[in-house]
Every structure is written in C-alpha cells, then in structure tokens.
Design a protein around this ligand. Structure first.
Ligand SMILES: CC(C)(COP(=O)(O)OP(=O)(O)OC[C@H]1O[C@@H](n2cnc3c(N)ncnc32)[C@H](O)[C@@H]1OP(=O)(O)O)[C@@H](O)C(=O)NCCC(=O)NCCS
Length: 161
C-alpha cells in the first residue's frame, strides 16, 4: 500500500483540522490539565492557516491513494549560542497524527521519513520533539523510528495554587 507524503497548503485546511481531532481528543483524555477536550475547530483552522504562512513552518499530509491518512506540522528552530549552550538549528515535530483506522500501516513512519528529508534539505542536523509521558503508544512509536530521550520536563503540583 503506497503512502505518499505531500506538503499541505491552504486548500488542505479542513483536512488538517480533521486529522488533528483524534490526536487532540487523545491528549485531552491523557492530559486533561493541559489539553482542551472540546477546542473550537474554527480556532484550530485559523491557527493552522497562520502556521501555513510562517516561513519556518511546514505542514504535510500522508496520502494512501486519495485518502488523507495522517499529518505532520514541522517548524525550524534555532538555539542561539549562549555562555552555556552551543548554537544549534534543528527541525521540530510540533504535531503528528494518523487517522485511527489507518494506524500500524507505516503512515507515521512515512511522516517521520518526510521530516527527515526536510531536515536534510535544509541542512539541519536533527529533529526534536516533545511527547507526553502518559502517551505510551506515541513513545513506543517514536522509539521505533529512532528517537531517544534527550531531556525530561518534570512537574510538581503546589498545594493551594
Ligand atoms: C503515534 C502514531 C502517530 C503512530 O502512527 P502509525 O502510523 O500507527 O505508526 P507506524 O505504523 O508508522 O508504526 C511504526 C512503528 O512504531 C511502533 N508503534 C506504532 N504504534 C505503536 C503502538 N500503538 N504501540 C507500540 N508500538 C507502536 C511499531 O514498532 C511500528 O512498527 P510495526 O507496526 O511494524 O510494529 C499514531 O498512533 C497516532 O496518531 N497516535 C495519536 C496521536 C499521537 O499520539 N501523536 C503523537 C503525539 S506527540
């Protein structure tokens, strides 16, 4: 089953909103403190529209024949040199999701392959992403496609806050 990943444009906004929805619902279920359970689709559409106009931002859709099976939103990031840190330019996977009925068919892997090609084409040395600790399936996926843990974000509730 061939999977083709193509850059998205403004004509794909409705598809991007639809592909984001299951990932958003999953995150709202796993991390209700952070994610909205019922976000406004119009707000998401406006957000994606703005991202598509950002020079360092790129969205792509994975197609199986004429079916939009998954999407990825990528950003170029630059960490400037400081007294402590080296300068580093890298690609960030901001969001990635595959339609629930089309998972475990290599769509996610194809989207990461696309990201890798974008990083190479732009002369970037690596790809960073954040994933939620509670999202065990995503963590297994990212490990399977070559990501390792580079940093951890820790959180502690504060009584009365
Ligand atoms: C995570 C996600 C993108 C994976 O997409 P996918 O198209 O199913 O992944 P692939 O078919 O390319 O899987 C590649 C490999 O990753 C691993 N993998 C994928 N999903 C997995 C799961 N649920 N559990 C364990 N391993 C998994 C497997 O090793 C798999 O290879 P295999 O199927 O030959 O065993 C998809 O499950 C998804 O959209 N989840 C909800 C949104 C989400 O969590 N996004 C990431 C947020 S940061």
């Amino acid at each position: 089953m061939p999977i083709e990943v193509r850059a998205a444009d403004l004509g794909d906004l409705a598809l991007l909103v639809a592909l984001n929805q299951p990932a958003q619902s999953l995150h709202a279920a796993l991390c209700p403190e952070d994610f909205k359970a019922e976000p406004d689709p119009e707000e998401i559409r406006a957000f994606f529209r703005a991202q598509l106009g950002e020079p360092g931002s790129l969205m792509a859709i994975a197609w199986i024949d004429a079916v939009a099976a998954g999407y990825v939103w990528l950003d170029v990031a630059v960490q400037l040199e400081t007294a402590f840190l080296r300068e580093r330019s890298y690609l960030v996977v901001q969001q990635l999701g595959v339609a629930p009925g089309l998972r475990r068919r290599g769509v996610g892997r194809a989207l990461i392959g696309y990201a890798e090609q974008v990083a190479r084409d732009r002369g970037l040395g690596g790809i960073d992403l954040g994933t939620w600790a509670a999202n065990a399936e995503a963590r297994a996926f990212f490990a399977a496609v070559g990501f390792v843990t580079a940093s951890l974000v820790l959180r502690r509730p504060v009584g009365g806050g």
